[in-house]
Write a protein that binds this ligand. Structure first.
Ligand code: NDP
Ligand code: 2IT
Length: 453
């Protein structure tokens, strides 16, 4: 993908073998670090101050990892025990910030990959926020509201010691939405007797920000608009393939429709729906109600509107010009990427974190596709979380228009940074390189200023 000289390749190999040895079995963490190190090692070679201060070595070791048991009682009276974590990765440029994920697949390696990525992403937003991630192997699917409430309350009994508006501010991620944030916020407030912005993604009646719900999906579309504009293209009439049907996917689909493009797919872990007429207007409202209120499956959309459902499959074989993976990590392989390219893909923006595996990234870069990695494309979510923190500190609420305008500006600024650091001789922007270096510099300079800490 990036051609390195022999000596830089050796340095990368030695760095990675050390990292793998120190973090055995953490596959996703290795993958995320490799992608960054591949871009940063040549940059650091040209900027010796970072090398002398061992910034890359320090940046790949979390500040701390908190791991704890969450005991709760289910509706049948059984006592259950799950495992939760908070990985506080790096607070060089601001309080730790990043989502909480509730999914049975959650483990330390996945949260370390997410916390590592978050550090770069948060830096790219230009806001004063450090990187963190947390979560639990608890599966909210099929649980009653009361069970989810008891789990969230029990989790906060431990987590409250480790967070704070100037320390660490969690938010949502997979399996953690408005309901879970509300239960956690209510428990924190009850324990600490303080009403303060210790979580983002809160309800609008208790300190939440307008546009936070839409921010990640809208932001990914804004970033795509900037990539397309630079290439002399636009959204009008373009067919878009979207994976997922959660918070990120739904508002990515919404914004694509508003921009005049045609989003034709949505998915969940059961499979994907293909609606060649576009998931827009009343159909999108129906899908939102299905997913956000009834917590149903996308298959029901296909049954209701009489379109195709592909059980157990991902949507990458559907021909499109634009693709938006918005479900989870490693959901798009090298083979999928090749299929998308063969079918006429122009641009792809990752609403999810690391949805494309290493082979897939190579295919997109080799074919000079406009490829926006998650840490740039999905930064709109955490950016509006940062704006929610600002509003909480000021004890005011900005209008929808104000927040949306700030989000638009932040995404444009991230695009500028990617172009600044990623533009090649042939005018093709390697957004992976651009995002990694752009995110790195601010954090690294702060670390340099602090000395050996
Ligand atoms: P949600 O829980 O709202 O939705 C997740 C969606 O992805 C669901 O449709 C879910 O299907 C699907 N999904 C999850 N895991 C898998 C899996 N293993 N295989 C297939 N499908 C899966 O989460 P979000 O929309 O918030 O998050 C989606 C992605 O975006 C994640 O990678 C997250 O880290 C990233 N992200 C989220 C941000 C946010 O603000 N929420 C900000 C930036 C990035 P099912 O219901 O069947 O599990
Ligand atoms: O991956 C992410 O950026 C998020 N899940 C959002 C984090 C946040 O603090 O809003």
């Amino acid at each position: 993908m990036t051609s390195l000289t022999n000596s830089l390749q050796k340095e990368l190999d030695a760095f990675m073998s050390g990292l793998v040895r120190r973090n055995p079995g953490e596959r996703e963490f290795h993958q995320a670090v490799f992608e960054v190190a591949e871009c940063l090692i040549p940059f650091i070679e040209d900027h010796k101050k970072y090398k002398d201060a061992a910034i890359l070595e320090r940046l790949t070791e979390p500040d701390r990892v908190i791991m704890f048991r969450v005991t709760w009682e289910d509706d049948a009276g059984n006592i259950r025990a799950d495992r939760a974590y908070r990985v506080q990765f790096n607070n060089s440029i601001g309080p730790y910030k990043g989502g909480m994920r509730f999914h049975p697949s959650v483990n330390l390696g996945i949260l370390k990959f997410l916390g590592f990525e978050q550090t770069f992403k948060n830096s790219l937003t230009g806001l004063p926020i450090g990187g963190a991630k947390g979560g639990a192997n608890f599966n909210p699917k099929g649980k009653s509201d009361r069970e989810v409430m008891r789990f969230c309350q029990s989790l906060m009994v431990e987590l409250h010691r480790h967070i704070g508006e100037d320390t660490d501010v969690p938010a949502g991620d997979i399996g953690v939405g408005a309901r879970e944030i509300s239960y956690m916020f209510g428990q924190y407030k009850r324990m600490e007797n303080r009403f303060t912005g210790i979580l983002t993604g809160k309800g609008l009646s208790f300190g939440g920000s307008l546009v936070r719900r839409e921010a990640t999906g809208y932001g990914a579309v804004y970033f795509t608009e900037d990539m397309l504009e630079r290439a002399g293209e636009g959204f009008a009439g373009k067919t878009c393939v979207v994976s997922g049907s959660g918070n990120v996917a739904l508002y990515c689909i919404e914004k694509l429709g508003l921009m005049g493009a045609k989003p034709v797919t949505a998915s969940d872990s059961g499979g994907f729906v293909y609606d060649p007429d576009g998931i827009v207007g009343e159909k999108l409202e129906w899908l939102k109600e299905l997913k956000e209120v009834r917590r149903g499956r996308v298959q029901e959309y296909a049954e209701h509107f009489g379109c195709e459902f592909h059980a157990g499959e991902r949507p990458w074989a559907v021909p499109c010009e634009l693709a938006f993976p918005c479900a989870t990590q490693n959901e798009l392989s090298g083979k999928d990427a090749q299929l998308l390219v063969d079918n006429g893909l122009i641009a792809i923006a990752e609403g999810a974190n690391m949805p494309t595996d290493a082979d897939g990234v190579e295919v997109f870069l080799d074919n000079k596709i406009l490829y926006a990695p998650g840490k740039a494309a999905n930064a709109g979510g955490v950016a509006v979380s940062g704006l929610e923190q600002s509003q909480n500190s000021l004890r005011i609420s900005w209008s929808r228009g104000e927040v949306d305008a700030r989000l638009r500006t932040i995404m444009r600024e991230i695009h500028h940074q990617c172009v600044r650091y990623g533009n090649g001789k042939d005018n093709y922007v390697n957004y992976v390189k651009g995002a990694n270096i752009g995110g790195f510099v601010k954090v690294a300079d702060a670390m340099l200023a602090y000395g050996a800490v």
